[in-house]
Design a protein around this ligand. Structure first.
Ligand code: SF4
Length: 65
C-alpha cells in the first residue's frame, strides 16, 4: 500500500489552494465536519480498504493497493 500525490502538478496546486482557502476542509465537499478535514474520513477508509485502488474524491491523492 502506498499513497502519493497526483502526478498532475496543476491538480495538486488547485486542490492545495482550495485547502488553504477552507482552512483544511476538503474543497470538494460541502459539509465542514471533522470527517471532511483532509485527509477526510472517506479517503482514510479507502486507504484501509485492501481492495481499493484509486484517487481520493478531489484527486489530490492516489492510493496504490
Ligand atoms: S483526501 Fe482528497 S477528498 Fe479527502 S479531503 Fe483530502 S483532498 Fe479532499
Amino acid at each position: 500500500m502506498k499513497v502519493v500525490e497526483n502526478e498532475d502538478l496543476e491538480v495538486v496546486k488547485v486542490i492545495k489552494e482550495g485547502l488553504k482557502r477552507t482552512g483544511g476542509y476538503c474543497p470538494c465537499k460541502r459539509e465542514r465536519t471533522p470527517d471532511t478535514i483532509c485527509m477526510c474520513k472517506e479517503f482514510r477508509e479507502q486507504i484501509k480498504d485492501p481492495n481499493y485502488e484509486g484517487y481520493c474524491h478531489c484527486m489530490l491523492y492516489y492510493k496504490f493497493k
